[in-house]
Design a protein around this ligand. Sequence first.
Ligand code: ZN
Length: 447
Amino acid sequence: MNKDPVVAHYLLQHEHSLQQMGCLEVPSLPRPTLRNDIHRIFRLDSWMRGYGQGTERFYTRMKPALRLASLMITESCMLPWFTHLCHGKRVRVEGTHDSKGYVYLEPRRPSREGIEEVRRALRDLAEVVVFMFVPERYSEGKWKNSWGTSAVCWRKWPWSRRFRAVDYPFMSRAAVRFEGEGHGLPEIALNREFARFFDSGYEECTSSEQYRVMYMFAVTLVHELAHAFWMFIGRGGSPPGTGEEPRWHKEELRAELGYSWETITMGRIVEPVLGVYGMLKRPCALVSLRTEAWAAGQPEPRAVRALIDTVSMRMKKVENWRGVFFGRPVDGGRGTEWFVGTSMSSKHKNCVSVIHAIPLRWIAQWFSECEWRNRREVWRAHRLIHGCNIAEGRPYDPPGLGPTFMMVHLRLANKEPQLWVSSIVQDDPNIDWERMATKAVSVYDGF
Ligand SMILES: [Zn+2]
């Protein structure tokens, strides 16, 4: 959960606006309308049984989220992110005295066959991957703050000795073969909070609360699958799946494939904020937070420039807020380090943090069959008229949030830090950021 005092403090002060913008409680939300099959990878058999599990008790309640997660790993418009993992050329950048070396994936021309290959690999992964919830006894401390963890650890979680052999999903002969062929066999452990919600919290929650948790659950599952997929395809060194992850594209500041997938696909990294830091505590809203940093004297990133130009015209400046916030970059959120690099070193004198409250209608549209039909049509149209300029030639863009509550924290070298809020602007610089990233990798070309 986001623990940044400025985020929680100012969002709490604007509870009324959040409610008005449909970010807290929306009384008449449509029910999820997804009817697609649940991918084999999420079938009940893939989930551990026994110690601290009991998934069969609440599996039915997980289904809307599992349907959404399934679409995220089967729809054509969702898969180019994965094809780049299979086909991108590994390029190693050597470290210098003040930076560590790293690997990134250089684009190669994607192809329609690449999408089929990803589908096949995900079906194969379904034969071996194991899902579980962190057992209640281990749910504090280290395991409390992690939404999910993936590892090729093969029965080496701190609680693994509590499982019996029969608690594990059935492994086919294929699974044994996969290991011999250099694939990593990943296991995924999910935050206990999800199991609590589906087991006993679900019934007493409003539909807004249910949507928020189901969205977080679906995204966490595929975030972890992004890691697991990399481990499984065996491009990550030896023993299989244990080597370092690459940066999905060159401009990423850290290798974290889960966050890369979230930003490219959803356009943002989302997390709950407000109240006590439990995702079921009220009031609660989902927010996305993105911080960009750049060295003083360097030109600011294009999306940041556009944002700074807009801010002073359309947003309200918050005065006298320094007592709460000490001029550091907004901190503590999911993905902050991924956005700004390993450390906010002194050369990064400029930074901007953009915080959006997430409207329920945006969350609900992910669970709407109709929205997915639209996505399919845009993708198909792009394939048919390939080369023509339809919708800027882009077969997929993350959906924008529409008007919502937004805060911008600006900290420019040698200037007083500034905080701006607005509940009317529609600006969504994240979409622009993602356009640049996907264009750089030509990930949607060639289909
Ligand atoms: Zn991750």
